[in-house]
Design a binder for this molecule. Structure first.
Ligand SMILES: Nc1ncnc2c1ncn2[C@@H]1O[C@H](COP(=O)(O)OP(=O)(O)OP(=O)(O)O)[C@@H](O)[C@H]1O
Ligand SMILES: [Mg+2]
Length: 461
């Protein structure tokens, strides 16, 4: 516990001594003053936590002085000593910023009670300040980290960013983010949150496919104690926990059909009730949903409710796959190369030109996440000063079109081209190895060896 500093201001020497003795015995550090001017002198030079002051003072009355010091020392707590039975004065003191009071002639229980309450108040204030400081450090860190995180080097991503900035401002609008896996849906959702007025509240990312069907309702709406067998405690649901923040519902397509109607109601009415309770509570939550599925088609198959889709469709942000914004690839590579070389403490200058060209023609079925993982792996195994093709596990099946004729055919590229050619021959002949070897002008056993050498997965042909 903090040893508090208490200043006693009373023109009566007897009162000062009595209070001083009593409080020193309780392990407080005591200061004394008989005049307001003297008290101000002490307050200016010491970090006093509590001042105990009489309503009747020389120089000026206690209430006037109370207002004065509350203005000058906002964190100073004030306990007033009032005349016995003078309720008007008590009310006036409390209204003017006093924290507590006791009456004259005083009883030690009253003094002790007033001090204890004030002490608890001060401690809570300290804790609150600590939490606020930590919180603002964390938010600052998050914000600065986050700023460097999103690369938008293509016109397509720039228009995505434009929408993000716009919808961030209207912080009640429900947003649906669509795009293939790994395109950055969650990153965009976070950005919407951190650019909005909700930024200092919770960004709660919930993956709908990770919640077992039986727990859905209780997870989202909470439950009252005893509402069902396992409900031993009353529990708040996701909506309540995210009050004032952003609820990110990832994979919304996996939301159980029966629950979709309930969800829609929450979105429309902004109110929920826990399972087992008929009390409704208002919730102020922005929902940002994401999916890599075709919700329209799911509606046609009656697996998604059309009314919920209409609601989500009010603001859609579609993130195109990486293969449709190839111009961003070099920038992303550079970004991740820098990040991972720093982590691995390696000095890798860049990617060699041919490799870069192949990386640019790759179609990235796993989008940015795949590119990121590829670079991470390449950096880990690279002992050169540049990343080369041998550092990458590129599946030629996903290389766009035939390689660029301008390519300088280095030894690694030759292998890649050979692998692609073999895959194409196998595809063309529907995995008929005799026909494929004939087409390639090599014998069947050589083709078999090559298939093994290049780890060509025949199941994918
Ligand atoms: N424009 C971008 N710039 C930099 N990094 C990005 C960008 N977009 C995505 N990433 C990174 O790619 C990875 C995948 O992003 P994210 O998790 O947001 O994708 P997603 O669309 O939610 O994927 P999934 O559908 O699989 O959940 C993350 O590491 C993210 O930081
Ligand atoms: Mg995601």
């Amino acid at each position: 516990m903090i040893k508090l500093k208490i200043l006693v201001l009373d023109d009566n020497q007897g009162v000062r001594d009595e209070l001083g003795e009593f409080l020193t015995a309780k392990n407080f550090e005591i200061f004394q003053a008989s005049l307001p001017s003297e008290a101000t002198f002490i307050l200016d030079r010491n970090e006093i936590d509590i001042i105990i002051l009489d309503v009747k003072l020389p120089e000026k009355d206690g209430i006037t002085y109370l207002k004065e010091i509350k203005e000058k020392f906002p964190y100073l707590e004030v306990i007033m000593i009032t005349g016995h039975g003078d309720m008007d004065m008590v009310i006036q003191a409390l209204r003017s910023g006093a924290n507590d009071f006791f009456q004259k002639p005083f009883r030690s229980v009253d003094v002790e009670g007033a001090i204890q309450r004030t002490q608890r108040f001060i401690e809570l204030n300290h804790k609150l300040k600590e939490v606020e400081t930590n919180y603002s450090i964390i938010t600052q860190e998050l914000n600065s980290k986050f700023r460097w995180n999103l690369i938008a080097e293509s016109p397509a991503m720039k228009s995505v960013l434009d929408l993000v900035v716009k919808v961030a401002k209207s912080d009640r609008t429900t947003v649906l983010i669509t795009g293939e896996s790994g395109t950055g849906k969650e990153l965009v959702a976070r950005m919407i949150h951190y650019l909005s007025a909700r930024k200092n509240y919770f960004f709660n990312a919930v993956n709908c496919s990770a919640i077992p069907d039986t727990l859905f309702e209780s997870e989202f709406f909470g439950h009252q104690r005893g509402a069902f067998t396992d409900a031993v405690e009353t529990k708040s649901g996701m909506f309540e926990v995210t009050h004032k923040g952003t609820l990110f519902l990832d994979e919304i397509g996996d939301l159980k059909y029966e629950l979709q109607g309930k969800f829609l109601r929450v979105l429309e009415e902004g109110r929920i009730s826990k399972i087992g309770s008929n009390k409704e509570v208002e919730i102020d939550v922005r929902v940002v949903a994401a999916t890599n599925r075709d919700l329209k088609q799911m509606c046609d198959n009656e697996r998604f409710r059309i009314d919920l889709l209409h609601r989500l469709n009010s603001f859609v942000i579609h993130i195109p796959p990486l293969r449709e914004r190839k111009e961003a690839i070099p920038c992303l590579i550079e970004y991740y190369l820098k990040e991972f070389s720093k982590q691995a403490n390696k000095k890798i200058k860049g990617v060699d030109a041919n490799t870069l060209r192949i990386l640019q023609n790759y179609t990235y079925p796993g989008n940015i996440r795949e590119l990121r993982n590829m670079i991470e792996r390449a950096v880990i195994i690279c002992d050169d000063d540049r990343l080369k093709l041998k550092h990458f596990l590129i599946d030629p099946e996903y290389i766009d079109s035939t390689p660029d004729p301008k390519l300088d055919i280095g030894s690694y590229n030759l292998e890649i081209i050979e692998k692609i050619t073999i895959i194409n021959a196998l595809k063309y002949t529907q995995n008929n190895k005799s026909k494929a070897s004939e087409l390639l002008g090599i014998d069947r056993s050589r083709l078999q060896r090559k298939i093994k050498l290049y780890s060509i997965d025949e199941k994918k042909i």
